[in-house]
Design a protein. Structure first.
Length: 325
């Protein structure tokens, strides 16, 4: 039995679906609220849905049968400004789950983020020694860095720890079941309706002299690859550590727009709009995961290329009446 916090969210619901396909018992901890988020888990079999505020009590009553905890639940909006709420949700809960797993010998996989790298000036190396130099650009990235530092301090001091622990620094993930995220959806999901309507893709113009319009770069990774890595980790419990999770290859937003148009059978057309003032001081112009450590740990499968991933997403999900995994 696996507990997936944030299991009705984007990455979480894709993981829940894959675990259910394997015949695993899955418990989800999440909130569905009044929108369409429930559709993310409408097709997946799961044992129970636990509200986050009831999770501590559920663990004490029913957590004895858990074979693993995958903690993906968080406030993930980089635009959220309530740092107290972010810290309580993203750091304190993560810490409580760490101690619970350590006390009961349960493997623990949790979501960190590439947002911990800030503007990238300190690089994108997941070597634990690099954590001290990182300066996130927003409270979300800071909260993830706080917990990464806590974990490495506990391990370094030889304190009680889960038998397996893994922190995954997710880069720019795209794929089905992200629709409830609103403005935090991937560019693929946000711009597909424009392409489908025969309109040009709108991208932010560059406000950085080193990057042309559309030349801003990200490490875009398909959610199916993220799920595959997590499944591999759950099967390879000798592996512990803090790992980047991207493809290891940065691509431009212009490349992404071109791939999106091709997947939809349209000619690529791009229009550039000004970057909002509120984002200009907190905008990452380049991200690229150094994947050396995950490869050294034994993960050998190839990641999906941008064109292939966008094509799969558009043709199997976005272009269909039922867009859900």
């Amino acid at each position: 039995m696996i507990l997936v916090t944030g299991g009705a969210g984007f990455i979480g619901s894709n993981l829940v679906a894959a675990l259910a396909e394997q015949g695993r018992d899955v418990v989800i901890s999440d909130r569905l609220r009044s929108g369409d988020k429930w559709k993310n888990i409408a097709k997946a079999g799961f044992r129970e849905l636990v509200a986050p505020e009831a999770l501590d009590g559920w663990l004490e009553r029913s957590g004895g049968g858990l074979d693993g905890v995958v903690h993906l639940g968080a406030i993930s909006a980089t635009t959220e400004t309530d740092a107290d709420l972010i810290y309580e949700t993203n750091a304190r809960l993560s810490t409580r789950l760490w101690h619970w797993c350590a006390e009961r010998g349960v493997p623990y996989v949790y979501a960190s983020s590439a947002a911990t790298y800030g503007d990238g000036s300190a690089g994108f190396d997941d070597d634990p020694a690099a954590l001290a130099s990182l300066r996130p650009l927003n409270p979300y990235g800071w909260s993830k860095l706080v917990f990464d530092r806590f974990v490495l301090h506990e391990v370094g001091e030889g304190r009680a720890q889960p038998p397996q622990w893994v922190g995954l620094k997710f880069f720019n993930v795209y794929g089905p079941n992200e629709y409830h995220k609103g403005s935090m959806q991937s560019v693929v999901a946000q711009k597909y309706p424009l392409v489908a309507a025969g309109k040009p893709v709108t991208l932010f113009a560059s406000a950085h002299p080193d990057y042309p319009d559309g030349g801003q770069m990200r490490d875009f990774i398909y959610v199916a690859d993220c799920v595959d890595v997590m499944l591999w980790l759950l099967e390879n419990r000798r592996v512990s550590g803090l790992f980047n999770l991207g493809t290891g290859k940065a691509r431009s937003f212009a490349d992404l727009a071109t791939a999106l148009s091709a997947a939809a059978g349209a000619e690529p057309r791009i229009e550039f709009i000004p970057t909002p003032e509120a984002l200009r001081g907190r905008y990452q112009y380049f991200t690229e995961a150094n994947m050396r450590r995950l490869r050294a740990a034994g993960y050998a499968r190839e990641f999906t290329g941008l064109e292939d991933g966008v094509r799969d997403y558009v043709q199997r999900y976005l272009s269909r009446a039922d867009r859900y995994r």
